[in-house]
Design a protein around this ligand. Structure first.
Ligand code: T4K
Length: 374
């Protein structure tokens, strides 16, 4: 049997011939056209209870960059540092670096794998005004406590941008779409490999409509109505075609997330020797199944991954190497103490997950895992 890590399943545009024909006939292909507008407004009501506003973007890396720039520029912070967890994807720290900030890489919590609050507090006390922005990652779609960050921002004036790349479809402890009510920018990816799969795309949500209006202007070169740049800008717009994929994805996203949650629960029940993340919300939009190999596994992770591959099962190792281990970030970043990251990262393996996964495939993965550890 062959089990890939992921099988991206954006909606098939070929099944939406009428929508495609209408799109082509409209003559509008980008620059916040009617499909983008329809998607933003439906996403706002379906996921965020109609509070605040949403903005689409071409991908989450650019959206993060835009949101960091907005937070720093309009927050009036002069600091040179950005707090970024080391246990995340490169995009989080790249966004800070493109804004001219030096990432300070910090640790995560041992069970939720969310960014460490103790480290955030300690680093804020140590560096104060020198920290321009904090970029916590909602690890693998787990829920961050947004009130903590809102209070930190209110108390210190620091900018906060939430990297929620994997969280579209996640529900928080109160059952709301993760991010609902956030006073800061929350950035979600709609990359093909995410649960909310399109091709390339992203969304920024904020409860503050004015912030989204500013970001929209920044995403369109910072232009006002007379095409005069009024603020830092770039082109971060989502084209109409991927917006159509996003609009139609909304029709099925709940079913997709629920099915993935069922599969995740089956893995958890079958792989008792592996360690799973403690979830803080009521539903996570699982992109894959991150687990920690048993501590007493007795074989290096690379051997395990190779043995699984020989049995036809592809595994991932997100996020290992973690950022402080990657040459570019080693060069440009400041590294804080990372005891939890250092303990977790070498054991992490991402198990296969996709919408159409059969339970027989999942059983095969679990049996292969047990054999390969022997
Ligand atoms: N912040 C965080 C925390 C993130 O995790 C990410 C992205 C971002 C920010 C930035 O979001 P975007 O700018 O991408 O919107 C993949 C995704 O490309 C990336 O979006 C994602 N995180 C990351 C966790 O995973 P790679 O380098 O691992 O992709 P790749 O090409 O190895 O693909 C992964 C698997 O999916 C492979 O087994 C192949 C398969 N695949 C992939 C694509 C694109 C397919 O079967 N078909 C496909 O079309 O980054």
């Amino acid at each position: 049997m062959r089990v890939p890590l992921l099988k991206p399943r954006p909606i098939r545009l070929s099944h939406y011939a009428d929508d495609l024909a209408a799109h082509e006939a409209s003559g509008v292909f980008s620059n916040f056209g009617p499909i983008n507008t329809a998607f933003e407004s439906r996403l706002l009501s379906d996921v965020f209870g109609g509070d605040g506003a949403c903005l689409t973007a071409c991908n989450a890396t650019i959206a993060l960059l835009l949101a960091v720039k907005e937070a720093v520029h309009f927050g009036g912070r002069r600091g040179r540092y950005a707090l970024v967890p080391s246990f995340t994807f490169a995009a989080t720290a790249h966004a800070a670096a493109w804004c001219g900030l030096t990432p300070i890489l910090y640790d995560i919590e041992p069970e939720t794998w969310l960014p460490s609050r103790e480290a955030e507090q300690r680093l804020m006390e140590r560096h104060g005004e020198d920290i321009a922005v904090i970029l916590p990652y909602a690890t693998y779609g787990n829920c961050l406590d947004l009130n903590w960050y809102a209070a930190l921002a209110a108390r210190t004036g620091v900018g906060v941008v939430i990297d929620a790349a994997a969280s579209l479809g996640t529900r928080d402890a109160a059952g709301h779409g993760f991010g609902h009510g956030a006073p800061m920018s929350v950035v979600y990816s709609m990359h093909a490999t995410k649960t909310f799969a399109t091709s390339e795309g992203a969304v920024i949500y904020c409860a503050d409509k004015q912030r989204i209006a500013r970001l929209r202007q920044m995403a369109n070169f910072g232009f006002d109505g007379a095409r005069a740049a009024q603020m830092p800008g770039l082109n971060a717009k989502l084209a109409e075609l991927p917006a159509l994929q996003a609009l139609r994805k909304l029709d099925e996203i709940d079913r997709v997330v629920e099915r993935r949650a069922e599969l995740y629960a089956l893995y958890r029940a079958r792989l008792q020797d592996f360690t799973f993340q403690r979830h803080t919300g009521t539903r996570a939009a699982h992109q894959f199944v991150p687990t920690l190999m048993p501590e007493e596994a007795g074989i290096p992770r690379a051997t395990f991954v190779q043995r699984m591959k020989e049995r036809g099962v592809d595994l991932g190792t997100y996020f290992s190497p973690h950022l402080a281990e990657q040459p570019y970030f080693k060069d440009i970043a400041v590294v804080d103490e990372l005891p939890v990251t250092a303990a977790i990262a070498p054991r992490v393996v991402a198990l296969p997950l996709y919408d159409t996964m059969e339970e027989a495939e999942l059983r095969y993965v679990c049996e292969a895992a047990a054999d390969c550890l022997r």
